[in-house]
Design a binder for this molecule. Structure first.
Ligand code: SF4
Length: 974
């Protein structure tokens, strides 16, 4: 059946359903049927009464132009209300045509308007004058900046210094455009923020399925188990929160692990305020209950677990029967009693038992999620995600209605116009051999690795990233960035000032979410959709007949968008094409000319998004016009259990099968329609590719991992030095009571505030007024014990130094645990820059001793926005991450954020916001954690740096995987 017919059938069925309930039907993908959505056929000329003119009934005419929010990773749809008289954006509301967010947004979505009108935003390219960090800038031209960057990068490529070019991204907010640009240059220079965010959770999922993210079908779940404050701040927060809410309205039970009484915990049926790091112990107690009572889905486990491989490799003396495996399961997890879990977590054993019985009632309608939270906080946090998925796997709640999907099946990444091959180089700065199983780049170790190897980056880009502030150990970043021998040129691509940008050589203004192009697709529910971010004023003017080829023409000042920037830079690096790079930024329609964003996206929408051309034609538009008009397209719903797909005989050319049923073929792989990154199983010894797995006599698609099944037993972990962690197990965190001094307590430093987001929300006045501080959560008993009350200053002593913060005494946290949000504590060293949520501070430095002392907090100021004179808050919180040493998890590489700290009332000389750190001590911490790693030189089973099948951005060719001669490390390089 044609895609369009399928779409029409889905819409008709939905209409009949809604109208049978007497409700008004909204035909777009939101299907939430709110009468208040402007019907899409009236988006070109929408009339509202001007609220500010009241009581006069003054009509305001708008053009409604869709774009996508960029204030977190959810990529919700926004509708910009463009005033037809002034052609300025007046407000942003939700886009009902967006299948993920369905017309809804959190507070940060509409606050995009603050960001685009912020009087402190950066409007022109700036070049440093004087020393790095001295705060002196002059306006420069884009041409000058581009030529300088291009000349340096060209020099690196021509002189085989490929590893001296690095692009470091925080929030990508796009589906691989920049990654492909970097690939086209032939450098292994992609660096991300993932290892300070989600690498551990990814590892937990990837070692099961070969796909590194979960996609819960919350709306259809009967039991929802969240290890996070997911309802208020989780990954894909608004799209997920609304579906969790729907499930709750149907009577689904919600179980929340959160040491703090978060807003999410207050909505839970079961709030488990477990001791941080004990989550896996509790999950295994639930698993043990399912196993010992036989409440698991026996048929599913027998079909899909790689139990035979486990039995043969780890229990060779036993019969490899399923019954034998069931006996092994009972034995393996029997120690995880409710009482054991209670002792580890501080929870009541009866409550854990009740929760376990609730999970057992879910059947295949169990939705679970862990992303940051416990995964990101703890050494071994990846096992929290692995143990959580274990529950889904035991219940058979994998890719079922109400269950958990691997994200690659609920996400759509379209094939682009050009696909450069990946580099032949390997960058040890991002992928050191010490961490062969790291899920992403060891980005937060960069200053340490650079220093010890005496390395240099000729060109370092940061984009939507503020590593000095976001990462732990920020003073080590200042040391690196201010060393001209380490960094040749640093260009900060950012719409707004941040702590790291102050140390840049160029600050290059990039657009906010309504000023740039991107496409994206995320696993918000069991469906596939694609969303389009676009510069709304450009789109509005084009609707009126103008032709715009450079987005700077419609953006404020000289604010650009990154796609056009990267295309232009690529042309300047390789002006005549002799480096073989320029072709990737060339037009296909008009060879020899520059690729335009219209051609780039037009090509994707014409050729690579199933159903879109037909839907666009039915609407009388081209696919690009359709996406510019509506902003999103729903490709498919109800994807189902793809692992059960039968592999047809035509795909089985000269097939071969291994001992455990992995099936290989010589048939070429079909061209992928959806290019979401997943694991890529190795070929067999004769070069056949893995195509499926034999299950009950049939060859089925299975999972993209070595065995093709759910890897209860990870042969990868076992072969690469982690045989002791190859099964879902409990690893005692670095903040386990056994591993801390008696006067230390754990600090939870990972939680988000619902209305703030790292760096870029600080230029949203509405959000700043709501949330502008981050006190230390302290239980009443703890506060009494150390003699502090709410508002008192406390000194938090970490392993590398200390910070001084205000106390917030509350019953809403487990006694003996403290917590502080990381979304606060912005600072600057000079006047100007970002002012409404940034303290002005004095930075002092004597050898390895660093200190930051606040001079003043926020204060009112005169600007083009009269509201800045109404700023009533001075407190902007404290930057705790500066005082954290680096804690790379030895498996996933994730920074383990939780800290062992000592809390005392502030001393006489202490002032609010003080931060002191000794970077010699932070180097010791780096070495302490490095000592826990199991490096490839000692543990690689095959002479490679890393398992080739594991997901890796810009995956280099196989030759680059060969282990090199160990690089000599200079300890204490001073
Ligand atoms: S959840 Fe909020 S911040 Fe995130 S994309 Fe949606 S509207 Fe924007």
């Amino acid at each position: 059946m044609k895609d369009l017919e399928k779409l029409e059938q889905r819409v008709s069925a939905a209409r009949a359903d809604v109208e049978s309930r007497g409700e008004t039907f909204y035909p777009g993908p939101s299907r939430v049927h709110l009468a208040s959505f402007p019907p899409r056929e009236r988006w070109d000329d929408w009339v509202e009464l001007d609220s500010r003119a009241w009581p006069e009934r003054k009509e305001q005419r708008y053009m409604l132009v869709p774009t996508t929010c960029f204030n977190c990773e959810s990529a919700c749809g926004l509708l910009a209300y463009v005033d037809r008289d002034s052609m300025q954006v007046r407000k942003f509301e939700g886009n009902p045509e967006h299948p993920g967010s369905r017309g809804r947004n959190c507070a940060k979505g509409p606050a995009t308007h603050n960001q685009i009108t912020d009087p402190d935003r950066i409007l022109y390219p700036l070049k440093r004058v004087g020393a790095r960090g001295a705060g002196k800038w002059e306006r420069c031209s884009w041409d000058d900046a581009l030529d300088d960057l291009a000349e340096r990068i060209r020099g690196c490529l021509q002189e085989d210094r490929h590893n001296e070019v690095m692009y470091h991204v925080g929030r990508p907010g796009e589906d691989g455009f920049t990654e492909r640009v970097i690939a086209s240059w032939g450098v292994d220079g992609h660096n991300s923020h993932t290892n300070v965010c989600s690498a551990s959770a990814r590892a937990g999922y990837a070692f099961w399925t070969g796909i590194d993210r979960p996609s819960p079908d919350y709306a259809n779940a009967d039991v929802i188990l969240l290890i996070s404050a997911h309802l208020e701040t989780g990954h894909y927060f608004n799209p997920h929160a609304q579906r969790i809410t729907e499930a709750r309205q149907r009577g689904a039970k919600v179980i929340v692990f959160d040491t703090r009484m978060s807003n999410t915990a207050t909505h839970a049926d079961y709030w488990l305020a477990s001791y941080p790091g004990s989550e896996a112990a509790v999950l295994l107690a639930i698993a043990n209950h399912l196993i010992q009572t036989g409440a698991y889905n026996r048929e599913f486990v027998e079909r899909w677990f790689n139990w035979q491989e486990y039995m043969v490799k780890e229990r060779p003396e036993e019969d490899a029967t399923f019954e034998g495996f069931e006996g092994a399961l009972q034995e393996l997890y029997s120690e995880f009693t409710f009482e054991y879990a209670a002792a580890e977590s501080g929870l009541d054993a009866d409550v854990i038992a009740e929760v376990a019985r609730t999970v057992a009632t879910a059947g295949t309608r169990l939705s679970t999620h862990n992303w940051r939270s416990a995964g990101a906080g703890n050494e071994g946090g990846w096992q929290v995600a692995r143990c959580l998925f274990f529950l889904n796997a035991l219940m058979g709640a994998v890719a079922t209605p109400g269950g958990l999907y691997p994200n690659a099946w609920n996400k759509f990444v379209a094939k682009p116009i050009h696909s450069p091959s990946h580099p032949e180089t390997w960058n040890e700065l991002n992928w050191p051999t010490d961490y062969p199983l790291a899920m992403y780049e060891l980005s937060f170790l960069l200053p340490h690795i650079m220093r010890e190897r005496k390395s240099r980056l000729e060109v370092y880009f940061s984009r939507v990233y503020n590593p000095e502030w976001t990462n732990p150990d920020g003073f080590a970043w200042i040391e690196m960035l201010t060393d001209p021998d380490s960094i040749g040129l640093y260009a900060a691509l950012t719409p707004t000032w941040n702590e790291t940008a102050y140390f840049a050589d160029y600050v290059l203004p990039m657009g906010h979410s309504s000023e740039r192009h991107d496409i994206h697709s995320y696993e918000t529910h069991d469906a596939q959709w694609i969303g389009f971010r676009q510069p709304v004023l450009r789109a509005a003017r084009e609707r009126l007949g103008e032709t715009i080829t450079d987005t700077r023409e419609s953006n404020p000042g000289e604010v650009w968008e990154e796609n056009e920037f990267w295309i232009e830079l690529t042309w300047r690096i390789d002006p005549d094409g002799e480096l073989g790079i320029r072709g990737f930024a060339e037009s296909k329609k008009n060879p020899g000319t520059k690729l335009t964003v219209d051609e780039y996206y037009g090509h994707i929408f014409d050729n690579s998004v199933p159903g879109l051309p037909e839907a666009a034609a039915a609407d009388g538009r081209s696919p690009l016009e359709y996406m510019r008009q509506y902003g999103a397209f729903e490709i498919e719903t109800e994807i189902g259990a793809l692992y059960e797909e039968r592999i047809g005989a035509e795909q089985l050319d000269d097939p071969a099968e291994d001992l455990f049923g992995r099936v290989y073929t010589r048939a070429p792989a079909p061209a992928p329609v959806n290019i979401v990154p997943t694991g890529a199983p190795d070929p067999d010894a004769d070069g056949r590719r893995a195509v499926g797995v034999r299950v009950d006599g049939e060859v089925l698609r299975g999972f993209p991992n070595p065995s093709g099944r759910l890897e209860f037993y990870s042969s990868t972990l076992a072969q690469w030095g982690w045989a002791d962690a190859a099964l879902p197990m409990y690893i005692k965190s670095h903040i386990h009571p056994d591993r801390m001094e008696s006067d230390e307590v754990p600090l939870i430093s990972t939680f988000r505030l619902p209305v703030q987001i790292h760096t870029r929300s600080a230029n949203s006045k509405w959000l700043d007024e709501i949330a502008h501080t981050n006190p230390l959560w302290l239980h009443t008993d703890h506060a009494k014990q150390i003699g502090v009350a709410t508002g008192d200053l406390v000194r938090v002593e970490t392993q590398t130094g200390h910070f001084v913060v205000k106390a917030w005494v509350t019953e809403g946290i487990r006694p003996g645990v403290v917590a502080c949000s990381h979304h606060m504590g912005r600072w600057k060293l000079h006047e100007g820059g970002q002012r409404q949520l940034t303290a002005t501070a004095d930075l002092n430095h004597d050898g390895s001793a660093w200190g930051l002392r606040r001079l003043r907090g926020a204060q009112p100021f005169a600007s083009s926005d009269p509201d800045t004179e109404r700023i009533w808050w001075t407190d902007v919180g404290v930057h705790q991450n500066l005082a954290f040493g680096v804690h790379p998890d030895p498996v996933s590489g994730m920074h383990c954020w939780h800290q062992a700290v000592r809390i005392t009332p502030a001393g006489e000389g202490d002032k609010y916001g003080d931060i002191a750190v000794d970077t010699d001590r932070s180097r010791e911490i780096y070495h302490e954690w490095l000592g826990r790693a199991r490096g490839a030189h000692e543990h690689s089973p095959d002479g490679t740096r890393r398992p080739y099948w594991l997901i890796r951005p810009l995956k280099p060719g196989r030759a680059a995987y060969e282990l090199p001669t160990p690089v000599p490390v200079v300890v204490d390089a001073d």
